[in-house]
Design a protein around this ligand. Structure first.
Ligand code: IVH
Length: 678
């Protein structure tokens, strides 16, 4: 999806396009907790749409994203209807817009507001907490503002959220922001890194993802925090006439009120507060993306009222994303434990977003090409989500003449063997089994919990054993020379025995774990499970042709070819022979019968990226149930399944023809029942 301003397109078309884009990004942000564009770009889209709707009132519609709050509930949690709707805030981006907001309020009131409360705009997610007789009974996300998700069990694990309020009236519903402290975020990522796991992008998305975990103990382990900033339904309690009194009262009940909150008497003081918030943005242990200004007097708030989406008595002053320019010294490629080659920028160090940045990610080959950044360029650097530095693009006006286009290196910087671009993937890989980075990565992966779960064999030990020449591949684990291990520094009799027992125990792991542990390209744990169930024994899999592999429901031609090729490579066969000699379990569960033909005669079109299926798997799942999966939508289409970044034309066509549109959950239901869910 593009974010180009559509100056040449006509307003009606651009309005439709913008609505589609904004809905898409709403879903990414509010439902999937995985935004694709920076907040500032999103805000620009909303503003452009707002401007078009203002200029062309005939283009206004009731369910335009300008009129709606946040995202729809995902269905993963029980729904909670908010007794008092959870509204959003309108944004301003500079002092002139702030003044215009205050003037509009003044015109409505017929006099200036005598006082404002300034609060920081915490970058987390909104939550509503309901206390009955002082006891926390429910916590809900904002959802679409009217209906949110019940996340009570998870919220109870947040240390800042009191389970009981002291001296509370019968009903106190409070609103606030759940967030992750920057220090907790860094500690979490350090732990992920040490375990060789994927790093989280930023505190906000991590907080949102953590709160929407099915298992509250996962939420607890993430150490979330909370600030209260308002109220919903209140029954009983003292008479309160201003927002600052409300905050004081909530604080006295034991709820955490941020002490950077200030009551001010003029707009000039609001402006000073904003300047201070911006200057100290990175001195705090939590992220803020602006300041929220609220008319203090509750009677005036009522007089000002609300629009469909936001109160007129409050405004969010958004701070700009932090961007700086610096010289791109070089583009390098790092090799990850799975052989993935990731380009990154080496920069002349620059202070951005609260820290000095010397390297920044360039994600993959396509991104470098799309951005066309070249060593020697001046580039714009931004902290994506204000944490991970990212190169936005070159400053073309400053490009030195004749700067050559950067070429992705042909060879792995670690082992010197050729790099390969994965079929159907954005990733470029080092596939040399002998690459030292690969050897370590493969053994670490084999030993990891989702694979053979070999305790006492962490990254450091793997690294040590590989450097000492004790291990060259996963097959060597079972003939590890324990005398040589014993002779290494830091290994006593007990630790050697524990390690030996752990390796021994791994011999009887299920076949799916073994297949996953072998790190066959394209074979994650779900596909490994399919292979184990589909063939029942590693020896049968070794004999399988690509066609036989493709017959397994959920396997497409890319995976089939990948598995087939992997099991033909001499080195891999040698490793398998070592595993066999070591008595590692090759036996899988009994082979399952084929799926019931619930989609016979039906056509299901898939567009966009799904989370649990590749496109091939989704299509194969339809075919395995007797259905067809054509490439385009027609009158005969039973349903259109829409993942992330769907094709706009398919979606429009489906809407025109009244073809039901399903999300991934709906698709899974369709596969199970053959019926289009309502
Ligand atoms: S007041 C009816 N105060 O910003 C007014 N919101 O962009 C409701 N937020 O959904 C919001 N800090 O999640 C308010 N001090 C603050 C805030 C704050 C962060 C978030 C909140 C809201 C979003 C709107």
């Amino acid at each position: 999806m593009t974010v180009e301003p559509g100056e040449r397109t006509d307003p009606a078309a651009r309005t439709t396009e913008l609505r589609e884009l904004i809905r898409h990004h709403n879903e990414r942000y509010h439902v999937l907790d995985a935004p694709e564009i920076p907040d500032a770009d999103y805000d620009a889209l909303v503003r452009e749409l707002q401007r078009l709707e203002d200029e062309h009132p005939d283009l206004r519609i009731e369910d335009s994203p300008t009129q709606l709050v946040g995202g729809a509930p995902s269905g993963a949690f029980a729904e909670v209807e908010h007794r008092v709707p959870m509204m959003s805030l309108d944004n301003v981006f500079d002092v002139d817009e702030l003044r215009a907001w205050a003037e509009r309020a003044e015109r409505r009131l017929g006099r200036p507001a005598p006082a404002f409360v300034c609060e920081l705009k915490y970058d987390g997610l909104a939550i509503s907490l309901r206390y009955e007789d002082g006891v926390l009974v429910q916590a809900a996300t904002r959802g679409n503002g009217r209906v949110g998700e019940d996340v009570t069990a998870n919220v109870r694990t947040i240390a800042d959220v009191p389970h009981r309020l002291v001296g509370a009236p019968p009903v106190v519903e409070v609103r606030g922001e759940v967030y992750m402290k920057v220090s907790d975020f860094r500690a979490l990522n350090a732990a992920q890194d040490a375990a060789g796991l994927k790093l989280y992008a930023n505190p906000r998305n991590t907080a949102a993802g953590s709160l929407r975990q099915k298992d509250p103990s996962v939420t607890a382990s993430r150490r979330l925090s909370f600030w209260v900033y308002g109220a919903g339904e209140i029954v009983g309690g003292p008479e309160i006439t201003s927002h600052h009194q409300l905050l004081d009262w909530l604080g006295s009940l034991g709820l955490p009120v941020n002490d950077a909150t200030a009551v001010v008497g003029s707009l000039a003081e609001v402006e000073a507060y904003v300047a201070d918030a911006e200057a100290h943005r990175h001195d705090r242990d939590y992220e803020t993306d602006g300041v929220v200004v609220k008319v203090d007097d509750l009677a005036l708030q009522t007089e000002l009222g609300v629009t469909a989406k936001a109160p007129r008595w409050a405004i969010a002053y958004k701070l700009p994303p932090e961007e700086r320019t610096t010289r791109l010294l070089d583009i390098m490629v790092s090799i990850g434990p799975s052989g993935q080659a990731t380009p990154f920028a080496r920069l002349e160090p620059v202070f951005v977003g609260g820290s000095t940045v010397g390297t920044a990610t360039l994600h993959n080959e396509d991104q470098v090409r799309a951005k066309d950044v070249r060593p020697g360029d001046m580039v714009i650097v931004r902290k994506a989500g204000d944490v991970i530095p990212e190169v936005v693009g070159p400053v073309l006006s400053e490009r030195p003449p004749g700067l050559p286009v950067w070429e992705f290196p042909r060879d792995c910087p670690v082992c010197g063997e050729p790099l390969v671009r994965g079929e159907g993937l954005a990733a470029t890989l080092c596939v040399n089994m002998e690459c030292p980075r690969q050897i370590r990565g493969r053994i670490e992966h084999f030993a990891s919990r989702g694979a053979m779960d070999i305790e006492h064999l962490g990254e450091q030990r793997v690294d040590l054993f590989v450097t000492q020449g004790l291990l060259r591949d996963i097959g060597d684990l079972y003939t590890l020379d324990l005398d040589r291990v014993r002779a290494l520094e830091g290994f006593g009799e007990i630790s050697v025995r524990n390690l030996a027992q752990a390796i021994d125990a791994s011999r009887s792991r299920p076949l799916a774990n073994l297949l996953f542990g072998m790190r066959i390209p394209h074979v994650g744990s779900a596909v490994a499970e399919l292979l184990a169930r589909g063939f029942g024994h590693l020896d049968r899999l070794l004999e399988a042709t690509p066609e036989e592999l493709e017959r397994i429901e959920g396997l497409g031609p890319i995976i089939a070819r990948s598995v087939h090729a992997f099991l033909r490579q001499e080195h891999n066969l040698e490793v398998i022979a070592k595993l066999r000699a070591a008595g590692v379990n090759f036996e899988g569960p009994p082979v399952e019968p084929t799926a019931p033909q619930v989609l016979a005669g039906k056509a299901v079109v898939v567009t966009g990226t799904l989370e649990g299926f590749t496109r091939e798997q989704a299509e194969a799942a339809v075919k395995a149930r007797g259905g067809k999966s054509p490439g385009s939508v027609s009158k005969k289409t039973t349903a259109l399944v829409v993942g992330a970044e769907p094709g706009a034309s398919k979606l429009t066509k489906a809407e025109e023809l009244g073809v039901p549109v399903l999300d991934e959950a709906g698709f899974v239901q369709l596969l199970e029942t053959g019926e289009v869910p309502q």
